[in-house]
Design a protein around this ligand. Structure first.
Ligand code: ARG
Length: 563
């Protein structure tokens, strides 16, 4: 039940059409202080249009509004404060969640339309960086959030599997490479070859020419070049898929940059026919001077295409094949200019749907306040980080609950969940400090804390001996349960907000608040006492398990029943 809307409707009824339901709903807010009720309506804009003092209007409105769900409606200065009737509202809310379960909070905003989400998108033959980890967990969560509000998510891994660096890699491999070593330890070996290439090229400029030649051969279908490239790509994907398996992330498409090779000529033709290609120092570009941005590079003087050419082609391909309602790119903030240019070029081409494309940027992962670097051969191997965190979680569980049945599986859920939650609880544009200890704490604002609260609520239900089917909600009116009920009511709104802002942190923070309010409730109220409110309290505990589990699912995290 949307109580904001109900309150707004009651206000509208008493205004004789001077303000629309929509604009009133936009103004209804949470009162700033305790004791001022549950909903507040400020009368300032009404006062302006009616030429009356706001406190007079508030007084009149408060006098007139009556509804069985409202305990009391009272004016406080320029505000109309509404006090919900706890017993009615709590019963109604709990009954809804008992019935809807995991579907609680679902909406049909998207009406089955597609949203493409370009996320993760690591570069072949290079380590999976911390930035790619952020893109992966944010994108994966966004995919779940958009589906919750009725869209279909199309997850695309736009692999960085093309570019002049493959010419360099081929040269380096032919000169210094070792097949067995690459098979054994692909990414560090390939990275080492790449680093060596750059070192040697300082003294031997001929290497760069060789690299350019090999990349040209690759672009023109040379068999030897293609065979090596395919091999590098397969070995890299094997490594990446270890990470995806641990995180339980999958994609609808792995169409990376190379996928667009045979489609770029058409893009260039299209640009030409629209008279948008100009020459600049031998290269072909789309001029963006009018828009105040540097030119967007389409083709280099040697005929080679670029990252931007492939993204332009990919955008056209995605529109044509997925008919997206929105197209999201979960990519670090250092590519902001690139995506602004990309959208503007499409706009210049006459495609208004470029307005539906959005870059979803995010900050860095820091270690001791410094950017975690994967360059200079200093590789942080992510699947190792994940394995370490799972091991730590296992130790933790061993100490807390040695009798637990499936410890290894639970440790995986807790360890991986800790890493994901740590990332998603921060607004994505901010930087995140990397700390295994901080992630794994069972107290504070962590994934394990939310999971543990969920498991605790599950255990109360087990103790009660009752199943959700047997519980009938009854109204509750104490202040501790009211805090929890208000959180439960807010869930659909939170989903909506996280969708609108493409911001999983809204849900992560919400889950922490719900967990905290539930723990407060649990420490003050005897849930299992046999009185007339027992089923109401059990309904509340059950509802908390449902909403915590669903919140975690939307973040890409499991909620074990026991831990
Ligand atoms: N591979 C790129 C990188 O690691 C990210 C690609 C993002 N997606 C895109 N369509 N440009 O920087």
């Amino acid at each position: 039940m949307d109580y904001n809307k109900l309150f707004a409707e009651e206000i509208v009824k008493n205004l004789d059409g001077t303000m629309s339901l929509e604009s009133i709903m936009g103004l209804v807010e949470k009162p700033k202080f305790d004791g001022q009720g549950d909903l507040a309506f400020p009368c300032f804009s009404l006062a302006k249009s009616q030429g009356k003092a706001p406190h007079l209007i508030a007084g009149e409105l408060a006098e007139r509004i009556k509804h069985p769900v409202f305990e009391k409606v009272a004016a406080a200065g320029p505000y109309v404060n509404c006090y919900l009737k706890k017993s009615v509202v709590s019963k109604d809310t709990l009954q809804t969640i008992l019935e809807e379960r995991a579907a609680y909070g679902v909406s049909d905003l998207g009406q089955g339309r597609n949203i493409t989400i370009d996320f993760s998108s690591p570069n072949i033959a290079k380590p999976f960086s911390m930035g790619h980890l952020r893109s992966t967990v944010i994108g994966n969560s966004l995919a779940k959030i958009v589906e919750k509000v009725g869209y279909i998510a199309v997850g695309i891994n736009h692999l960085g599997d093309w570019g002049t660096q493959f010419g360099k890699l081929i040269v380096a491999y032919q000169k210094w490479g070792d097949e067995a070593a690459v098979k054994d330890n692909a990414i560090p070996e390939l990275l080492a070859l790449y680093v060596k290439f750059h070192e040697e090229a300082k003294d031997d400029p001929g290497l760069e020419d060789d690299a350019r030649k090999w990349f040209w051969q690759l672009e023109n279908g040379d068999l030897e070049a293609e065979e090596l490239w395919t091999w590098f790509k397969d070995e890299s994907l094997k490594e990446f898929s270890k990470i995806y398996e641990l995180l339980e992330v999958d994609f609808d498409s792995y169409a990376g940059e190379a996928f667009y090779n045979d489609k770029m000529a058409a893009t260039i033709e299209l640009l030409k026919s629209k008279e948008l290609l100009t020459e600049s120092q031998g290269a072909e570009v789309v001029d963006l001077t009018e828009e105040g941005l540097p030119p967007f590079l389409i083709r280099k003087s040697d005929g080679a295409t670029l990252y931007g050419t492939r993204d332009l082609t990919a955008a056209l391909y995605r529109k044509e094949n997925y008919h997206f309602a929105k197209s999201l790119y979960v990519v670090g903030q250092e590519q902001t200019l690139h995506f602004r240019q990309l959208k503007l070029v499409l706009k210049k081409m006459g495609y208004d749907w470029s307005d539906d494309m959005a870059h979803i940027p995010f900050g860095f992962i820091l270690k001791d306040g410094k950017k975690m670097s994967t360059r200079k051969g200093k590789v942080v191997l992510l699947d190792q980080v994940l394995k370490d965190v799972i091991e730590l979680a296992e130790k933790n569980i061993e100490e807390r609950n040695p009798a637990l049945a499936n410890k290894a599986e639970t440790a995986r859920m807790v360890g991986v969940g800790a890493v994901i939650f740590h990332d998603l609880k921060t607004e994505r544009q901010n930087n995140v400090e990397f700390s295994l200890e901080a992630m794994l704490r069972f107290e504070g604002t962590t994934g394990p804390y939310v999971q543990y609260t969920h498991a605790r609520a599950c255990s109360i239900l087990r103790k009660s001996g009752m199943t959700a089917e047997e519980i009938t909600a009854v109204g509750l009116d104490d202040s501790y349960s009211w805090e929890v009920i208000k959180d439960l009511i807010a869930f659909p709104e939170m989903i909506q907000k996280s969708f609108e802002q493409s911001e999983p942190s809204v849900i992560a923070r919400y889950a922490i608040e719900l967990a905290q309010d539930f723990n407060k409730y649990y420490s003050h109220v005897k849930v299992l006492e046999d009185d007339e409110h027992l089923e109401g309290r059990l309904a509340l505990v059950f509802s908390v398990t449902v909403v915590l589990k669903e919140s975690l699912r939307l973040l890409g995290i499991h909620a074990p029943d026991e831990m």
